[in-house]
Design a protein around this ligand. Structure first.
Ligand SMILES: Cc1cc2nc3c(=O)[nH]c(=O)nc-3n(C[C@H](O)[C@H](O)[C@H](O)COP(=O)(O)OP(=O)(O)OC[C@H]3O[C@@H](n4cnc5c(N)ncnc54)[C@H](O)[C@@H]3O)c2cc1C
Length: 396
């Protein structure tokens, strides 16, 4: 069982990395090891389904570069292979005068990132697009869209296999021994040997990084994002995508309304500290994973910085009335009984020892091993670009 490259994880980042690397090196023997029994089992299959435009990200950052490049790649891929998508556009809405400077900052970011045709809209103008939305001013972002990410994952898998790539499901990587000229990767059932290894393990990227570097200085803190669905009879309240002004100190976009590619309208996701990495329900709990978070040197600083916001998110998670109240800022007509529980996803958010939630994508190379240590949103949009970047790193 000898390979040129082994990739850990069959989420969108692992799949796109395998696919781009195989395209670049058709003769190389590439294997993906995935612990679940299918692709996109975690973040990649539990997200908002939005193709992000790149408006929010710091110019020059990996997020900004890969989102804009990835945006074009994913649309071309979807077009070529018949995956459902719709560039329906979104509005970002300031709901008070105090939010106007923040709206201006977002607009400026968009311009700095090269986005075209952004437009400020007055209340009258944005209500022509979203007649039930309330606020004082908005930005129209025409580039934003919605897409079937699980469909993208399935298609990338199909093409990777057609090119001769191999995927083994139900193979959790338990140990990695790096002998420089050969890396030995152990799963419960088998042992594999490879020249190079790339880890794209999402919520467990810290665990896999620690297998090759016990001085790893970041951990993954899981933040669950919960959704409600809007009942059919109230779907007319939202036509496209409606976003609030995000809290500039918090790396998440705030609860928004999203028309999904299947026609459902979702409200969410919030951002609740999870007590299990793959904990999709409020009371899901794993002792070791919770202790890892609580004992992390940076965690106390996180509590100091984000404690109040975090408690608010927990309250809105437990109380549908409070969640509805938050939604009513953008959509006053929405009522508690218009909402039914939707799904949830858990974000893998890297945090350093000083309590900083790492904002940008973080990819490190050490010898023959590459670890994707932080790939939060917009990594689904950006996956084909991230994959291409990693395929170049592999060559170097
Ligand atoms: C609620 C939510 C909403 C989001 N909305 C959007 C959006 O609208 N647009 C957007 O662009 N992005 C969005 N994102 C972000 C996006 O979904 C993620 O950034 C992206 O899916 C990350 O992909 P990944 O492959 O790194 O991780 P994952 O999809 O989590 O894949 C990692 C894989 O590694 C496997 N794995 C882990 N450990 C091991 C091991 N030891 N051995 C073998 N396999 C292992 C896991 O089982 C998993 O399948 C959202 C995320 C969430 C959670």
């Amino acid at each position: 069982m000898n390979y040129d490259i082994i990739i850990v994880g069959a989420g969108l980042v692992g799949l796109a990395t395998a696919y781009q690397t195989k395209l670049k090196n058709p003769a190389s023997k590439i294997l993906i090891l995935e612990k679940e029994n299918n692709v996109a089992a975690h973040q990649s299959g539990h997200n908002s389904g939005v193709i992000h435009s790149g408006i929010y990200y710091k110019p020059g950052s990996l997020k900004a570069k890969n989102c804009i490049e990835g945006y074009n790649s994913i649309i071309n891929f979807a077009k070529e292979y018949g995956i459902n998508y719709d560039l329906c556009g979104k509005i970002i809405v300031a709901t008070s005068q105090e939010e106007l400077p923040l709206l201006d900052n977002i607009y400026k970011r968009g311009i700095d990132n090269g986005l075209q045709n952004l437009k400020y809209l007055s209340r009258e103008e944005f209500r022509e697009i979203e007649p039930h939305c309330e606020g004082v001013k908005a930005i129209k972002v025409p580039q934003t869209g919605i897409i079937d990410y699980p469909g993208i994952a399935d298609k990338i898998k199909e093409h990777f296999e057609e090119l001769g790539g191999e995927i083994r499901f139900n193979n959790e990587v338990k140990n990695i021994i790096d002998n420089n000229d050969e890396i030995i990767v152990t799963t419960a059932a088998s042992e594999f040997r490879t020249k190079k290894l790339i880890s794209c393990a999402g919520l467990y990227s810290d665990k896999v990084t620690t297998m090759t570097n016990n001085k790893n200085d970041v951990i993954i803190i899981p933040f669950r994002g919960e959704y409600y669905k809007i009942k059919d009879e109230k779907k007319h309240l939202v036509r496209h995508l409606i976003y609030p002004i995000p809290d500039p100190n918090f790396p998440f976009l705030g609860v928004h309304f999203t028309r999904m590619i299947d026609g459902n309208i979702e409200a969410g996701p919030n951002a609740v500290l999870a007590f299990r990495k793959e904990g999709y329900r409020f009371f899901d709990f794993d002792f070791n994973e919770t202790m890892q978070t609580l004992l992390w040197p940076g965690f106390r600083k996180i509590v100091a910085k984000y404690g109040k916001t975090g408690l608010g998110e927990m309250h809105r998670s437990l109380s549908k009335a409070a969640f509805t109240k938050a939604l009513q800022k953008l959509l006053p007509e929405i009522q508690e009984n218009d909402l039914v529980p939707g799904g949830a996803g858990v974000r893998a958010q890297a945090c350093d020892r000083n309590g900083n939630l790492i904002d940008d994508f973080d990819i490190v190379k050490n010898g023959n091993i590459i670890h994707v240590r932080n790939a939060p949103s917009p990594a689904a949009t950006s996956c084909l670009s991230i994959g291409k970047k990693i395929s170049k790193l592999v060559e170097n």
